[in-house]
Design a protein around this ligand. Structure first.
Ligand code: AMP
Ligand code: ZN
Length: 114
């Protein structure tokens, strides 16, 4: 745990969150400022700052996040599809420096960049 990290504090239960999923490796909770009917943040419990810090020693955390995403999407009824977004670093628009994936769905997402 990184003491000054918002998401580490959420995972530790020091800051409240609306939890939707948890296992040994992954924690998922609803975004406080939802951009879609379903907007969930999926994070590894281990503190990793960002996608830039992923290498062969910790890439299993990303795999576990995506395993969780598939389960959560099913539980949330996102049978028609969804979008997963990762913002990395300043240019990527990342505001919380603990690796996380935005799971967005519940409507036909229109603003497509790629
Ligand atoms: P990013 O800009 O990709 O780093 O995403 C950070 C996300 O965290 C934003 O979508 C925020 O709305 C969300 N967020 C910030 N604080 C909280 C919180 N206390 N609980 C839930 N989501 C939060
Ligand atoms: Zn953290």
């Amino acid at each position: 745990m990184k003491d000054d990290c918002l998401f580490c504090k959420i995972i530790a239960g020091e800051i409240p969150s609306t939890k939707v999923y948890e296992d040994e490796t992954v924690y998922a909770f609803r975004d406080i400022n939802p951009q879609a009917p379903v907007h969930i943040l999926v994070v590894p419990k281990e503190h990793v700052c960002c996608a830039r810090a992923i290498d062969e020693t910790n890439s299993q955390l990303v795999a576990k996040c995506f395993e969780a995403i598939a389960k959560i999407a099913k539980a949330e009824g996102l049978d028609n599809g969804y979008r997963v977004i990762n913002n990395c670093g300043e240019d990527g628009g990342q505001t919380v420096m603990h690796l996380h994936f935005h799971l967005l769905g519940g409507l036909k997402l229109s603003e497509k960049m790629v």
